[in-house]
Every structure is written in structure tokens, then in C-alpha cells.
Design a protein around this ligand. Structure first.
Ligand SMILES: Cc1cc2nc3c(=O)[nH]c(=O)nc-3n(C[C@H](O)[C@H](O)[C@H](O)COP(=O)(O)O)c2cc1C
Length: 304
């Protein structure tokens, strides 16, 4: 798949707040992800020089096709964020039009932009003026999926180079099965690449989604948590890395950004995914949640 002139091979790592940190993006890249997205960062936060926002945009050379995701609904701040120097290191900037969380929606941001396509268009048109490659990630709709294809077409016409569509409406949040039908209609309505997303967790579900939608590629979210190795099914990644090795690297990278206490806390939720459903997993998870230091956590990782 090509987005503007960026070649992307393999499946993409979807943006996930609290999870797609620089460490996880690096390990997913090493395992074969074709592109990796930061979690959504506030356009205003960046312009107001928030250190937290900048930390979320930390990258390492291990990251392959690094993509930043921003959120906001004010065209001025969106453009300013896209023009920010920190964005030089990203291959593209994705605009979040899918977040369902009430505090975001209340500000007309995230999925609320699907209720106001004229504003969404202005946001994209301003972003494009930054001369960066701009993409959009949306849902199939807010209340229903009737205008999905029309919305995606409007994003294309406003200048987006690709659109990722999560096959659920905002009303659905994360419940129910992702619906591929509106994504198919979106694919048919545009010339730019459409990336299918929702419930894709392995090669089989990816092939099914590609067949059903005709999409140019797939993005994997929850299916990659605790399982960055999933990307090796799509592209020649380093499939021989063990969970302990990827966790070590993940910790090493987070330690470049954050103090030990935060690294320990952030790693606990990742570790929980690595051991989910495994024999003895519950004990490992409990031990990890009790850990107070990286030394303790590193000991525990040896058992994963
Ligand atoms: C914990 C969590 C955080 C998420 N954060 C973001 C985000 O920051 N930006 C975004 O566009 N989507 C976000 N999403 C949505 C995912 O990118 C994806 O669209 C959704 O989970 C469906 O794909 P999946 O079934 O492969 O997980 C998040 C999802 C989860 C579960």
C-alpha cells in the first residue's frame, strides 16, 4: 500500500491511548508492523508546550513508518500542530475523528467531527496547508453508518491521503462486531487508500476484512496488545523475538522517557496482556501488579 509517496508493507498498528507508547511502537515495528501510530495527542496541548504531549511523541530509530495522531476540532490549532517542528520526524499526521469518549465528544472533537462534516473538512483543509501528509481515522458513523462513504469522500476531497475506518459507530463504542459493509462502500467512493479496522487479530481475519471491503490495508489495535508478534504474519518481521526480549526492549525505551515509577506502572498493563489466558498467567500478573521497581518487574518477566 502507498499513502501519498510512503510505501507501507504489512499491517498497521492502530493508535491506542495508554498503549501505543514509543516502546510498544518499536517492538511492533521490529515484529513487522508496516506503520505505527502514537496515541492521540492534543493539538492544543502541543501548541501550549505540554511536556506530557511531547513525551507521547517521543520516537526511537527502531520505529518504522512513524505516524503521529492528533486530536482537536479547531482548524487553527490543528494546522499549528501539524506545522510544529516535532512533526518533522513523522511520516504522516493522522487526525482523530473516531474517539467516542464523552469528554472529547463534548468538545466537538474525535467522533463528534462525524456529526459536523463541514467542520471536519475545514480541519483537514487547514492541516493539509502544513504540507505534511495528512490522514484521517474515523468510525463508520456517529449514530449510524449511513453517511460513512460520503464522509470518507469528503475527507479525500479536503486533502486526506488515506482514511482508516473502524467498523463501529460511536454509539457502539467497542461493543458488538465490527461491520465491514460501510467500509466497503467507503472504499468504493474514493481513490485514496482506505484502511479497514476493527476485530482484526490475525492473518485470517485480515484476509476476510480485505476480501469483504476491498480495503488497501488493515490496522490492528487490541489484537496486538500482548502480541506484537501478530505483525510477523503479514510481513517479514523478527518473529524469533521472545516475549521477554520484547518486554526488555519496551522497558528500555520507556526508561529513556519516564522515571522508574511511571515505567513500572505503564508496563504492568502491558504485561497483563502478555500473560492473559496463559497457564500460570494470573500469578504472573498478580506478581507484576505488586512490583515496585524495574528490578522486580524484570525478574517477573523471566517467567513470561
Ligand atoms: C485502549 C484503547 C485506546 C484507544 N485509543 C485510540 C486513540 O488514541 N486513537 C484512535 O484513533 N483510536 C483509538 N482506539 C481505537 C483503536 O485504534 C481501534 O480503532 C479499535 O480498538 C478497533 O480496532 P481493534 O478491534 O483492532 O482493537 C483505542 C482503542 C483502545 C482499545
Amino acid at each position: 500500500m502507498k499513502i501519498a509517496d510512503i510505501e507501507i508493507k504489512g499491517a498497521l498498528l492502530a493508535p491506542m491511548a495508554g498503549y501505543t507508547d514509543a516502546g510498544f511502537r518499536a517492538v511492533c515495528s521490529l515484529c513487522g508492523a508496516g506503520a505505527v501510530f502514537t496515541e492521540m495527542v492534543s493539538a492544543k496541548g502541543l501548541i501550549y508546550d505540554s511536556e506530557k504531549t511531547k513525551d507521547l511523541l517521543y520516537t526511537t530509530p527502531a520505529e518504522k513508518v512513524s505516524c503521529a495522531q492528533i486530536f482537536g476540532a479547531d482548524p487553527y490549532f490543528i494546522r499549528a500542530a501539524c506545522e510544529h517542528k516535532i512533526m518533522d520526524k513523522f511520516a504522516l499526521i493522522d487526525i482523530n475523528m473516531g474517539c467516542p469518549v464523552p469528554k472529547i465528544v463534548k468538545n466537538k472533537e474525535g467522533s463528534a467531527l462525524m456529526l459536523d462534516p463541514a467542520l471536519a473538512e475545514r480541519v483537514v483543509k487547514e492541516a493539509v496547508k502544513s504540507k505534511r501528509v495528512i490522514t484521517v481515522k474515523c468510525r463508520t458513523g456517529f449514530y449510524d453508518s449511513l453517511s460513512c462513504a460520503d464522509f470518507v469522500k469528503r475527507m479525500q476531497d479536503a486533502g486526506a491521503s488515506a482514511v482508516t475506518v473502524h467498523g463501529r459507530t460511536r454509539e457502539q463504542f467497542y461493543a458488538g462486531r465490527a461491520d465491514m459493509e460501510p467500509i466497503k462502500k467507503a472504499v468504493e467512493s474514493v481513490d485514496i487508500p482506505v484502511i479497514a479496522n476493527g476485530d482484526i487479530k490475525d492473518k485470517e481475519s485480515a484476509e476476510k476484512a480485505l476480501k469483504e471491503t476491498g480495503a488497501a490495508g488493515v490496522a490492528i489495535g487490541r489484537g496486538a496488545l500482548g502480541n506484537p508478534f501478530v505483525f510477523a504474519q503479514f510481513c517479514r518481521g523478527n518473529a524469533s523475538m521472545t516475549a521477554a526480549q520484547v518486554l526488555d526492549l519496551h522497558i528500555k525505551i520507556l526508561s529513556e522517557i519516564y522515571p522508574e515509577k511511571k515505567v513500572v506502572n505503564d508496563m504492568k498493563k502491558h504485561i497483563a496482556f502478555y500473560v492473559k489466558g496463559r497457564k500460570g498467567g494470573k500469578e504472573i500478573k498478580l506478581a507484576a501488579f505488586k512490583a515496585q521497581s524495574l528490578k522486580e518487574l524484570e525478574e517477573i518477566i523471566r517467567y513470561i
